[in-house]
Write a protein that binds this ligand. Structure first.
Ligand SMILES: NC(=O)c1ccc[n+]([C@@H]2O[C@H](COP(=O)([O-])OP(=O)(O)OC[C@H]3O[C@@H](n4cnc5c(N)ncnc54)[C@H](OP(=O)(O)O)[C@@H]3O)[C@@H](O)[C@H]2O)c1
Length: 328
């Protein structure tokens, strides 16, 4: 490995700045990955905005990025489960760099069938959607409602639920124009919330019972509408707040239906627990990823030099799927 590398830093202005920094060395429990591709997440735009000193941000500089894929370049002396040269994908702060320092539990193998540009766009979706379904006590044969299903991770969620044997997947979008995207991804029923009442549409599609598990990416009034759309003894798991974080819910719907409510936010999960979530997702999902049942939708691929265009596309909220950076 060379001594220095290129990495993208936030906190310097509205966009990232490329810097030369020392290549990290792995400590106990860590590995260093030679990154080949990175993927953007909404958190990257929020972090840039919060740190942007030109618009009242903190001006605190940080190495940007979360998702990556590449080959293991070095392992900590106590790491036995991974070897130099293995293809891995994972998530860790500071991934927009030529070499990524990461806890060895926070990566999963990349199936041979997958290019790095696809692999880098999967870890957040796989671990979040699998983790949310498990938090909702999902098992094969159960039905699932996924709100905000055209989001990058929602699209993965639809595929994951189908691959794990969901009896029925109902997916929501605000726009009728995205119906085909969702049916193409595997949704059995699409509810267009701009035209249909969410609760009624789900009850109609489930013989009046509601779904077993709801995975909600929207929050606000949508979260409230999910409760009476979930069957007695079912679960509602909040993953995202694409609309708003505040929601007024009907406690009668909660109590009379004996619902379990859960929330997941894997960016705030302790390292060992996150390792277990990733290991569980890898166990269940690497086969469906390898055979093509679970694949990311890529909106566009950029380079470190054109990263400003990638983040502009992220901020536009027009992207269909993930934005990828190839690593120099
Ligand atoms: N819990 C976790 O660990 C975790 C991890 C990653 C992400 N997240 C959260 O999950 C959510 C999805 O993330 P993402 O990066 O996949 O999102 P994304 O790709 O940026 O989502 C874009 C989609 O969101 C929908 N949308 C946007 N604003 C909306 C609104 N006001 N109401 C309803 N739908 C709206 C749009 O769908 P339509 O136009 O089709 O309606 C659009 O296609 C975010 O809230 C993110 O913060 C949570």
């Amino acid at each position: 490995m060379s001594e220095t590398m290129t990495a993208l830093f936030g906190g310097t202005g509205p966009d990232w700045t490329a810097r030369q920094v020392p290549v990290p060395r792995p400590g106990p429990g860590q590995i260093v990955v030679c990154a080949r591709a990175n993927a953007l997440n909404n958190a990257d735009a929020s972090m840039l905005a919060a740190a942007d000193p030109t618009r009242g941000g903190t001006g605190r500089e940080y190495q940007a990025g979360y998702e990556f894929a590449g080959e293991v370049a070095a392992v900590g002396e106590d790491v036995r489960s991974l070897a130099v040269g293995e293809r891995v994908m994972g998530t860790t702060p500071g991934s927009f760099a030529q070499y990524v320092l990461v806890d060895h539990r926070h990566v999963m193998p990349v199936p041979d069938e997958l290019a790095y540009e696809e692999a880098c766009a999967l870890p957040t979706g796989l671990l979040t959607e699998h983790g949310a379904l498990m938090a909702g006590d999902f098992r094969a044969g159960r039905s699932v409602l996924i709100t905000g299903a055209t989001s990058s991770i929602g699209l993965i969620g639809v595929q994951v639920a189908k691959a794990l044997g969901a009896s029925q997947v109902i997916a929501t979008t605000r726009s009728a124009g995205k119906r085909d995207l969702l049916t193409g991804t595997g949704a059995d029923t699409v509810v267009v919330t701009g035209e249909q009442d969410l609760t009624q549409a789900v009850l109609d599609a489930t013989g009046g019972e509601g779904v077993d598990v709801t995975v909600d990416h929207v929050g606000g009034a949508t979260f409230a509408a999910c409760l009476p759309a979930t069957r007695v003894d079912g679960s509602v798991v909040n993953v995202g707040r694409l609309d708003t974080a505040a929601s007024t819910i009907d406690l009668d719907a909660l109590s009379y239906r004996h619902l379990r409510l859960a929330g997941v936010s894997f960016g705030f999960t302790r390292p060992a627990e996150l390792g277990a979530v990733i290991a569980s997702a890898a166990r269940d999902l690497l086969a469906p990823v390898a055979d093509g049942r679970v694949r990311p939708l890529i909106d566009g691929t950029y380079t470190f030099e054109t990263a400003d265009q990638a983040v502009a596309r992220l901020r536009s909220h027009q992207a269909h799927g993930k934005l990828v950076l190839t690593v120099p």
